[in-house]
Design a protein around this ligand. Structure first.
Ligand code: MSP
Length: 653
């Protein structure tokens, strides 16, 4: 029996799942189901990446321990998947003991083989990316991902002799065209390998800087670099080295990632495998970004698309269909809710939904609601069946080559042809003319074609297709799907079977109305009545003794930030205009009443505590985006500051 193993990246738990995570996971789920429907034994691995500075910073910013934080966010990913119709076989977490053991075994193996060495290194490090950058990789001296200047760090560390394998890897990529798909990404990797710039990989972090990681088995003062740890999840997932899944599913694995993590997957990972003496993966499949209004999704732009919102508004099947149909795998695509509605209305409601409701209602009206026995097929029937066969065969080929959009397009030719066949065969006229046998044949051709369409679309829209198949055959078991056989016959439906009376799977969506239903942003001005109400609540929660509830305190978002510059306020003697860096939350301009006590130069480089969610207000013409906490004493003003430096943006709790 053929086997299929598919993986998604293991997602960082420093943010809630969004559209991008949902997309790769849905792609993997579609392919997994597709291979199941081809009769193969499949394995689908996903999970969460839980070590590294980024996670520690996010946990601190939320006032949680790293462990409590990773448990919570990893749980959010697991909870999301059923509503996306995603059914994985194994969810791996990099903090689980089995994974820790696997990483340590591989580290020791590579160390023993001489491919890991110890050396001093000075480099430019971006905390956001958790990696060192070369000067050339920076954009105007800034990290291209975070637009922040990296810091120069000197450290003694362990290095993996990655550069030793660069010629071997280039050769391998050239000889194996399926290794990195689409081809343009293989070319990108080859250009990198040929540029002569590939260096050895620093694979450790000293514990004094970061201890949230997997300890190196050969030096307890260091933890493993998060990427070296994370990539190994693909082996943990199939229980390397001794589990029975490993020889079953490795090395035939298909990895799916977006272009942001091409280098770790196309360069670090194969060289790591080679050094550990493990066979290379079969293919790395690389897709583009989902953009929103042609820009990257980001928290600060407030344009992050929540997959759950989309599923709640349009259903799992329509959401999955839109994603698979709209993105040409490898290229970027632009997400728009209006575009989703347009696809839903045109492809699902008009073409597919309409076909189902029309044909089922005609069989009930003219033929008692059961599957008729077909008579001899005519030329027109054969033509439709031939078109169907071709479109199914194309679908299979294109899907296997990760060309999902074209595969769906090809299947839609068949769906549209069935609608046209209804118009051309005019079942209502056949009924009127008493041509019962011919009517039965026409209906059979359609019902069997609809069953095939539902079977082929099941990997993409499992929920809706299961309902369609139940409407046609009374029951459905995915194990009985056999897409290879489907394309070879036209007799899957047993005559006499009961058919559902109605089918209304994809009601049309009125975009104008839908926009009105969308949750409105909070009105800026509260009504007088609400103001009174909220005053009452505030008084109540403050209690008689002037106490506040813990929840009230939690409303304050206090953050640590660094003053990066500033000047005297041009129009106010007592005020300073200061620039404060709040890390991931960005830079703020804060107007503070500190000019009598400090000059901007006194404050530059100092860490302060900022009320970050104070509504911005203008002070003598300049907007203040927060407030710096300070204490007035007899001797003057004292600023609140952490005893030891804390990462900018950390939450004070
Ligand atoms: N933890 C690493 C991956 C380690 S794998 C051994 C990581 N995590 S991540 O949370 O940042 O996820 C990146 C992946 O999320 C992308 O490669 C892609 O699969 C998905 N996407 C995140 N944003 C995306 C878009 N805007 N568009 C499409 N997919 C994107 O990197």
């Amino acid at each position: 029996m053929e086997r299929f193993y598919v993986t998604t990246p293991i997602y960082y738990v420093n943010a809630k799942p969004h559209l991008g995570h949902a997309y790769t996971t849905i792609v993997a789920d579609c392919l997994n189901r597709f291979h199941k429907a081809l009769g193969q034994e499949t394995f689908f691995l996903t999970g969460t990446d839980e070590h590294g500075d980024k996670i520690v910073q996010a946990a601190e910013a939320n006032g949680e321990s790293p462990k409590a934080y990773v448990d919570r966010i990893s749980g959010m990913f697991r909870d999301l998947y059923p509503s996306l119709g995603v059914e994985y076989d194994r969810f791996v977490r990099t903090t689980e003991p089995q994974h820790v053991g696997t990483v340590q075994t591989i580290l020791q193996k590579v160390y023993d083989s001489g491919d890991i060495y110890f050396a001093e290194y000075t480099g430019l490090y971006c905390y956001g990316c958790e990696r060192f950058y070369t000067e050339k990789e920076l954009e105007d001296g800034l990290c291209p991902q975070h637009q922040k200047a990296p810091e120069e760090i000197k450290e003694s560390n362990y290095f993996f002799r990655m550069s030793k394998y660069k010629d071997w890897l280039a050769e391998y990529i050239r000889a194996n065209p399926q290794f990195i798909r689409p081809t343009r990404y293989a070319k990108e990797v080859l250009a990198l390998l040929e540029s002569g710039e590939l260096e050895d990989l620093c694979i450790s972090r000293p514990k004094h800087r970061l201890d949230w990681g997997i300890e190196l088995p050969f030096d307890k003062d260091y933890v493993c670099y998060v990427w070296f740890d994370a990539l190994i999840n693909y082996l943990t997932g199939v229980d390397w080295p001794d589990g029975e899944n490993f020889p079953k599913f490795w090395p035939g694995v298909q990895h799916f990632v977006a272009k942001d993590i091409l280098k770790p997957h196309a360069v670090f990972w194969p060289t790591m495998l080679k050094a550990a003496g493990i066979d290379l993966y079969n293919s790395l499949n690389v897709h583009g970004y989902w953009l929103v209004d042609h820009t990257k999704m980001s928290k600060s732009l407030g344009n992050v698309i929540s997959p759950l919102d989309m599923v709640e508004r349009y259903g799992t099947s329509a959401f999955r269909y839109y994603l698979m149909r709209e993105m040409h795998f490898g290229n970027d695509a632009s997400f728009s809710e209006e575009g989703l509605v347009a696809r839903l209305n045109a492809d699902l409601a008009n073409d597919l939904g309409n076909l189902f409701s029309r044909v089922l209602s005609m069989v009930h009206k003219y033929q008692g609601g059961t599957v008729p026995t077909p008579g001899a097929f005519t030329e027109e029937d054969e033509a439709l069946m031939e078109l169907g066969r071709e479109s199914m065969q194309n679908f299979v080929q294109l899907f296997e080559h990760v060309e999902f959009s074209r595969a769906l397009e090809s299947l839609w030719e068949f769906v549209r042809a069935m609608n046209k066949y209804v118009d051309d065969m005019k079942p209502w006229a056949l009924n009127k003319g008493g041509e019962t046998e011919r009517l039965g044949t026409v209906m059979y051709v359609l019902l069997e074609g609809m069953r095939k369409a539902a079977a082929f679309l099941w990997p993409v829209m499992p929920e809706a297709c299961e309902q369609m198949l139940v409407q046609l055959q009374g029951a459905f078991d995915p194990m009985t799907l056999d897409l290879v056989q489907e394309a070879t016959h036209w007799k899957g439906l047993a005559p006499g079977g009961e058919l559902a009376k109605v089918s209304n799977l994809f009601p049309r969506v009125d975009w104008e109305k839908k926009q009105d239903e969308a949750p409105k942003p909070e009105p800026r001005q509260k009504k007088a009545k609400d103001r009174k109400e909220s005053k009452k609540v505030d008084e109540k929660s403050a209690g008689d003794e002037g106490f506040i509830e813990f929840g009230d305190f939690q409303k304050l978002d206090l953050r640590v930030g660094t003053v990066t510059g500033g000047e005297k306020h041009p129009d106010a003697d007592k005020l300073l205009r200061l620039d404060v860096d709040l890390g991931e939350m960005g830079k703020r301009q804060i107007i503070a009443g500190l000019a009598e006590f400090f000059t901007p130069e006194d404050l530059a480089g100092k860490q302060v505590v900022v009320v970050s969610n104070l509504k911005p207000r203008k002070l003598r013409g300049l907007e203040s985006q927060g407030m710096i906490l300070a204490v007035r004493t007899d001797q003057g003003m004292r600023l609140l500051t952490p005893t030891d430096s804390a990462p900018d943006g950390s939450r004070v709790s």
